[in-house]
Design a protein around this ligand. Structure first.
Ligand SMILES: [Zn+2]
Length: 292
């Protein structure tokens, strides 16, 4: 898949996801929250005209959409950090991370890339890994931080790892999933309310079908999004290549941490596997650097 096609596939899938998930989220929110909202409005002596009720519900839908944009536009990454296990760095880690940030910025600007704003957190795990999350957060494992202190080669490996994660930020991967997550929140609240209502006899029949339909639509779109995750990884690798150069990226892939252990898997898990096999990522970088 060439770079342009990869961008098109990922971005069209995302547009499709939003156009499916947003209407479902909107309709369900109206079904579950609309009547109580109108009731509260009427209780506050508002005019009970159908036009006003319509406007109220439209406004409610727009408010959901606006709230979904909050984690994309505002510095709310701390909300996502706990689920990842990411914490703020200690004083000595902060020293290390600001050196990392400075080194990264120097390499990126030497290679003609615009400055990217990001902030770093730490995850207390021994494995060598990093994760981009939220608007512009990157969480780095303690394992890789400890290792990076030891030798200049390991320090350079950490910068390469960071470049890949910054690739996810630049490509809006993490922003999109933060947006989708918040967009889905009222939907899941609606599903919970409907599932409570469905315990009442007869009403169950009315609610179970929309619930099933909604679940099917969301599950399908989530599945399609997962199919693009390997393309996202290749895209972030390509960004890392533009920051640190082929030699460093290839060296990172040769690190034992990135060795794949694959004893076979179902076709389904093969399709939704989040990362491509390291050997093929290696190939992709060699091909990309040769074509430059
Ligand atoms: Zn990645």
């Amino acid at each position: 898949m060439n770079a342009l096609l990869r961008h098109a596939v990922i971005d069209l899938t995302r547009i499709l996801a939003v156009f499916v998930i947003y209407p479902i989220c909107y309709v369900f929110s109206i079904v579950c929250f609309g009547p109580p909202l109108i009731f509260v409005y009427a209780a506050l002596d508002g005019p009970e005209t159908p036009e006003m009720a319509f406007l109220l519900i439209m406004g409610f839908g727009l408010a959901i959409f606006a709230l979904s944009l909050a984690p994309v536009l505002l510095p709310l990454d701390f909300m996502f950090a706990p689920s990842l296990g990411a914490r703020r760095p200690s004083m000595r880690e902060r020293e290390l991370l600001s050196r990392l940030e400075a080194d990264y910025d120097a390499i990126a600007s030497a290679n003609g890339l615009p400055k990217v704003s990001f902030h770093l957190r730490v995850i207390d795990v021994d494995e060598i890994n990093a994760y981009a999350y939220g608007r512009n957060g990157v969480a780095i494992s303690r394992g890789v931080l400890e290792l990076a202190k030891e030798t200049p080669e390991n320090w350079s490996m950490l910068i390469t790892l960071l470049a890949h994660e910054i690739g996810h930020i630049v490509n809006h991967d993490t922003r999109f999933f933060a947006f989708l997550g918040t967009l889905q929140a009222p939907l899941f609240a609606s599903i919970w309310i409907l599932s409570q209502i469905s315990r009442i006899p007869f009403l169950a029949l009315l609610t179970i079908l929309p619930l099933l339909g909604c679940w099917f639509a969301i599950a399908s779109i989530d599945y399609i999004l997962k199919l693009t995750s390997r393309a996202m990884e290749y895209r972030a690798d390509a960004y890392a290549l533009s920051v640190v150069g082929a030699e460093r990226v290839l060296k990172l892939f040769d690190h034992p941490t990135f060795r794949d252990h694959n004893k076979g898997q179902s076709i389904r898990s093969f399709l939704v596997r989040s990362h491509p096999p390291t050997e093929l990522r290696h190939d992709r970088i060699r091909r990309l650097s040769a074509s430059e």
